[in-house]
Design a protein around this ligand. Structure first.
Ligand code: ATP
Ligand code: MG
Length: 275
């Protein structure tokens, strides 16, 4: 293992503690979120007023056409990018304009990311890549290692721990990225096409892992996906079109009533049923 280098990556200094959470606030509240990119002198209005509330332990799919703004939304919710307007509140605290060390510490402790393009560090092997957020978060090294090993086993990579990203297939790299996102046991997992280039059997295993995490730890999950099998399994679905949420099948503040109400299926009508 490249001990020295991985330790160096963790040298972030003492991060300030998070303020106490506002007790009654929802986990995540997104208000009037707008994002304008300026490109070639033109303004591109990608998010045009997005509002939703996501509570603890919810599992939410975000769906929509390519270019609809799903990744942009996820990056802003994950504090990786700032909105042009509007805010993202986590536990009642506006995190969309936090910066510096407190933002880095908040993100490291609270949010796990699985990106569309997995961004593994090429000079580290699979185990080291998974351990990295834990080392940065100052987890004792032995604990980081055993957690990382367990996660890599769970995503089916027990035999690939010492491979570098260039020595792994695309799907294997994606699974390393999933293990890395989970090593800090984040309260919020943001996943962008997490099983996009993985075969259906392995993908099903990863979906199970997500559900197990949700059951065991109450991890809140927001998953951008084009995979109908996954989207249909998730209890809530937000659809984004033209920069706005056009359908929300659940949640605290539905923007549009579900087109198919999920009422309990009535017993078949019996025409003769009388009083
Ligand atoms: N930094 C940027 N500068 C200019 N335009 C951008 C930038 N980032 C994204 N866009 C544009 O914003 C739109 C939304 O991009 P985004 O990546 O959020 O789409 P998406 O819904 O995730 O699509 P996909 O399903 O293909 O991943 C796209 O048309 C894209 O070209
Ligand atoms: Mg995207």
């Amino acid at each position: 293992m490249t001990e020295r280098t991985i330790e160096g990556a963790g040298a972030t200094g003492g991060a300030p503690a998070e303020p106490a959470a506002a007790s009654r606030a929802p986990l995540l509240q997104v208000r009037d979120l707008r994002k304008v990119f300026v490109h070639g002198g033109k303004q591109l209005h990608v998010l045009r007023g997005v509002d939703f509330v996501i509570d603890r332990a919810e599992m939410v799919a975000i769906v929509g056409a390519s270019g609809a703004g799903k990744s942009t939304l996820l990056h802003i919710v994950g504090t990786l990018d700032a909105p042009s307007q509007g805010c993202v509140e986590f536990d009642g605290r506006d995190v969309s304009r936090m910066d510096g060390r407190s933002l880095a510490a908040f993100r490291n402790r609270t949010i796990g990311f699985v990106f569309q393009f997995h961004h593994l560090l090429p000079e580290f092997n699979a185990l080291e890549n998974v351990m990295l957020p834990a080392i940065i978060g100052r987890m004792p090294r032995s604990e980081a290692r055993s957690k990382a090993e367990r996660l890599l086993l769970e995503v089916g990579l027990g035999e690939r721990m010492t491979h570098r990203p260039s020595e792994l297939s695309g799907g294997e790299q994606q699974r390393v990225a999933i293990a890395r996102a989970l090593v800090m046991e984040p309260r919020l997992l943001l996943a962008d096409e997490p099983t996009g280039n993985i075969d259906s059997q392995t993908a099903a295993g990863i979906h199970e892992l997500f559900f197990a995490l949700n059951r065991l730890h109450g991890t809140t999950m927001i998953v951008v996906t084009h995979d109908d099998r996954l989207a249909s399994k998730l209890p809530r679905r937000l659809e984004i079109r033209d920069g706005q949420i056009v359908q929300d099948t659940g949640g605290t503040l539905p923007v549009v009533a579900p087109s198919v109400p999920e009422a309990p299926a009535p017993a078949p009508a019996t025409p003769s049923a009388g009083a």
